[in-house]
Write a protein that binds this ligand. Structure first.
Ligand code: BJW
Ligand code: ZN
Length: 241
């Protein structure tokens, strides 16, 4: 209890707070994480599903996997962790939320201007003409879906291994971290780059780093304060008024 009190005080004193979230924040909404027990990479090989090569080889298979995940996400609800961050952003205009998640649960909880490093599972992009459109959480009727403009196969608007991050989002994330005096690292294994590099970046800028995670991660060594537990329980205590 002592550490959470200390963390609350540090947050209250901070001017520029940034949160970096990962799959763990959506775990309590019933959405599987990638790594660890029950993680997607225990059941599936990333090389078969989350690379441009996999999609070129078998778009049908990749789309079936995304369709399954989209269905899970559509049925899920944001949890108290998402809600606490949305509420905090309403009362702290300088707060920036950076997420690696593609599920859109931060937005559904009411967060605005979320910096999305790995894209959005509800976004589709034409592989030929680049046209982008958004699905309103509807199941796909035909797999793989096709572009209405040019009929070519569409892909999910997410960032796969070996692909660059959306430049504007990556720049915004770095700027936010460079300005931050406190960074909350929530529910991420900090195993995927360049997103994970934001954590040592924050540290080198002398920002306070607070980790919220059920387990030890690659980020733990950079953290000034480690809060061990589910983010859906810790964040409301940490950020609540
Ligand atoms: C809870 C909880 C609860 C559970 N409460 N907590 C430098 C070094 C080494 C490799 C590289 C490097 N730079 C680049 C690379 C290659 C690669 C990479 O990082 N590989 C590593 C795995 C080694 N990176 C890339 O390819 C990136 N692109 C890039 O670098 O471009 C430049 C380039 C181009 C060409 C060649 C080389 C470089 C792109 C990365 C894209 C990642 N994409 C995915 C899939 C997105 C689409 C989809 O969803 O399908 O993004 S992979 C997956 O991992 C997803 C996530 O956003 C990302 C991070 O995962 P996250 O969020 O941390 O989840 P988990 O599951 O790992 O962790 C969950 C955590 O929650 C755990 O810690 C739990 O304990 C915790 N938890 N319950 C609190 N209730
Ligand atoms: Zn097209």
């Amino acid at each position: 209890m002592e550490t959470i009190r200390e963390a609350i005080e540090l947050i209250q004193r901070a001017r520029h707070v940034v949160a970096l979230t990962g799959a763990g924040i959506s775990a309590e909404s019933g959405i599987p994480t990638f790594r660890g027990d029950g993680g997607l990479w225990r059941m599936f090989r990333a090389e078969d599903l989350a690379t441009p090569e996999a999609f070129a080889r078998d778009p049908q298979l990749v789309w079936e996997w995304y369709d399954w995940r989209r269905l899970l996400i559509a049925k899920a609800q944001p949890n108290p962790g998402h809600a606490a961050l949305a509420e905090f952003s309403r009362t702290h205009p300088a707060f920036r939320l950076v997420t690696q998640n593609v599920d859109g649960l931060h937005e559904r909880a009411g967060s605005e201007n979320v910096i999305k490093l790995h894209g959005d599972i509800w976004l589709l992009r034409c592989t030929r003409c680049g046209d982008e459109w958004r699905d309103l959480m509807a199941p796909l009727e035909i797999l793989p879906p096709r572009c209405v403009l040019c009929c070519a196969i569409a892909r999910p608007g997410v960032v796969w291994f070996g692909e660059g991050l959306p430049e504007a989002q990556w720049t915004a994330a770095q700027q936010a971290v460079n300005k931050a005096d406190l960074v909350l690292v929530i529910g991420t294994s900090a195993a995927v780059y360049p997103a994970a590099s934001l954590i040592p970046m924050a540290r080198s800028r002398r920002a306070t780093v607070i980790e919220v995670n059920v387990a030890e991660t690659a980020a733990s060594t950079y953290a000034d304060i480690v809060l061990r537990g589910p983010s859906g329980e810790i964040l409301p205590q940490l950020l609540g008024r």
